[in-house]
Design a protein around this ligand. Sequence first.
Ligand SMILES: O=C(O)CCC(=O)C(=O)O
Length: 196
Amino acid sequence: MHSQLKPFNLPDAEVYFSADFIPAPESNLYFDRLMQEVNWQQESIKMFGRNLPMPRLTAWYGDRSYTYSGLHNKPQLWLPVLQELRQQVEQASGHKYNSVLLNLYRTGQDSMGWHSDNEPELGQQPSIASLNFGGERRFAFKHRTRKDLKPFAFTLTNGSLLLMQGPTQHHWLHQVPKTAKPVPPRINLTFRCVNS
Ligand SMILES: O=C(O)CCC(=O)C(=O)O
């Protein structure tokens, strides 16, 4: 485990965070490269019987296809920029990842609702490494069953790395809520290991 990664004191979870894993100006260069080189897609989700545009752009790269939110993602070949980032994240976490989901939050109105990364192909105790570039956004955790535990929120900064592993996905949901504040665009990458 990388010494920059500090544990969060969350029960039923194993969460580590580094606020400046990739410091500026390098993080800003990565943001620009990802904006330009990633094949960003506007996907839709079915809600209440209607197809609605997802409130963010997405892209999926990796060795395996993957289904989430009812979307079947065909893999695209790793870009050099994604390989570089994967290597840094693998070194820090001590885990291997064969896929990455990218999210582009264009404005404060883009968001991701409460969910956990608990698809069966990720295995029982997945290691999810979440890397952030660009504008700062709040990130919140909510325990699935323990009402005595308050939701826990913090800010994901430019160049930060959040590592969620162990029982975290089993017990906790997470989200990136909308914000009324004007915020710069933000790119998030979640590295995962998808089993066939
Ligand atoms: O943008 C984020 O920080 C959250 C991403 C996320 O929750 C996911 O990809 O499952």
